[in-house]
Write a protein that binds this ligand. Structure first.
Ligand code: LLP
Length: 422
């Protein structure tokens, strides 16, 4: 459930009318709903009530510090994959002691800065990385809290570009080797092995792969404990899919039940890393129609947002619902249209043959389910702006990130002296 609804014929984010907001901040812009973020967090966390569990929001889904702070105030930790995301999480009010650092390519500098800041856990994804963490921790004179991310070799049945738990993916250590790597890590004085991490992919609409992966984690815990290794924590990753307007998705309660069925009795502290499930439906991208072009075989609705603002349709053929900000009449005649951006690439298409009511230049559209992997993946391609982000709460709003335009970027460029520069 989200809080983007028609009231008095206009789409609102909570009690803020989006056409009014568009006048104030200009288009395109991202708009997030506080009530929706809070609700999604609460619903997810409720699934694990009574269990020792920490919900670490995956900052990669939405790194805006207004969004992070909204969740941090409810008790969320953070899952980060770079030194930059670590900084964002801290700026968003998440204590370092609730931040998990994941990712296959952590640099020595990132390992050092997060260890110094008191990161809760580093999820190690390879043996060379284990050695690097040990070396950096040794130099700093600390013991690094480490979980080993295993690759359970299960098929997540999701888009090939966002599946991570197959043996041919770059993530984690093959689960069959995990035992040996644990033994190595346990023998390193600079390393404190705290647990096992797993993350098999994103936008999973089927719970069976989670069940298979967690069962493998369970088997591994038994094996490691038999060797006398203490496994205090299990980091179960993110990945729970959400409805993008088409296929139904499993509920957080059903997902939590899978966790309870498979590993909740092991006496470990559980870490969950949801991103999309929290932020996806809490955000929209609002864009204005520039032209309606009647092509030879199609009608193109050319809008002022492009694939630089929201790349998911271009990159993953992702479906996003698109609705007019002005509520269409119940009996409005619908026609098939292609909603496209202004960028010079055919991939700059948000929807093809989509049924929409009559549209004209100047009309506003909302591209839904854009709160996760939207603004964070935006670029300035075609010398376009990075879109602003607005956080709404009730009848108030705040520009949580200003538009970053070409002038801001030009101010950071210069020409060398051999080309006449200063
Ligand atoms: N934990 C780890 C280690 C991850 O790699 C990810 C996502 C998550 C948690 C959060 O997963 P979520 O709950 O959001 O599914 N850009 C793609 C999604 C990439 C996901 C990468 N990893 C998209 O727009 O669909």
């Amino acid at each position: 459930m989200d809080h983007f609804r028609y009231e008095g014929g206009r789409l609102h984010a909570e009690a803020v009318a989006l056409d009014t907001l568009a006048e104030e901040v200009g288009t395109p812009f991202y708009c997030y709903s506080t009530a929706t973020l809070e609700r999604h967090y609460e619903v997810f966390a409720a699934g694990f009530a009574g269990l020792p569990a920490t919900v670490c929001f995956a900052v990669k889904a939405n790194g805006n510090i207004g969004v992070i702070r909204t969740l941090a105030r409810l008790g969320a930790g953070a899952d980060v994959v770079s030194g930059g995301e670590f900084k964002r999480a801290v700026a968003g009010g998440v204590p370092a002691g609730r931040i998990v650092f994941s990712g296959v390519g952590k640099t020595a500098a990132e390992i050092a800065s997060t260890l110094k800041a008191g990161v809760w856990q580093i999820n190690v994804e390879s043996e060379p990385e284990l050695e690097a963490v040990a070396e950096v921790a040794g130099a700093l004179g600390v013991r690094a809290p480490v979980a080993i991310r295993i690759n359970p070799d299960v098929d997540a049945n999701t888009h090939a570009k966002i599946t991570t738990g197959k043996s041919e993916n770059k993530f984690g250590i093959e689960w069959t080797r995990a035992h040996a790597v644990y033994a190595r890590a346990a023998a390193m004085p600079q390393i404190r092995v705290v647990g096992i991490a797993v993350h098999i992919g994103s936008q999973l609409l089927d719970l069976a792969p989670f069940r298979n992966a967690y069962q493998r984690v369970r088997d591994l815990v038994a094996l490691l404990r038999a060797d006398g290794l203490a496994i205090e924590r299990l980091d179960l990753g993110g990945g729970l899919g959400i409805p993008y307007g088409q296929a139904p998705s499993p509920s957080p309660a059903d997902y939590a039940q899978v966790v309870k069925d498979t590993i909740a009795d092991l006496g470990c502290h559980l870490i969950l890393e949801p991103g999309r499930m929290i932020a996806g439906n809490a955000g929209i991208l609002v864009t204005r129609v520039i032209y309606v072009k009647e092509g030879a075989t199609r009608t193109f609705v050319i809008v002022d947002a492009g694939m630089n603002d929201l790349i998911r349709p271009a990159l993953y053929d992702a479906h996003h619902d698109i609705v007019p900000v002005e509520e269409p009449a119940a009996n409005a005649h619908l026609r098939e249209m292609d909603v496209v951006g202004p960028i010079c690439e055919t991939g700059d298409t948000f929807a093809q043959q989509r049924l929409l009511p009559a549209l004209k230049a100047g009309d506003l559209l909302a591209i839904r389910t854009a709160g996760a992997y939207g603004a964070v993946m935006a670029s300035a391609y075609n010398a376009r702006s990075l879109p602003p982000e607005i956080l709404v709460k009730g009848d108030t709003f705040h520009v949580v990130r200003e538009r970053i335009g070409v002038d801001d970027l030009l101010a950071r460029e210069s020409v060398p002296n051999w080309l006449g520069g200063p």
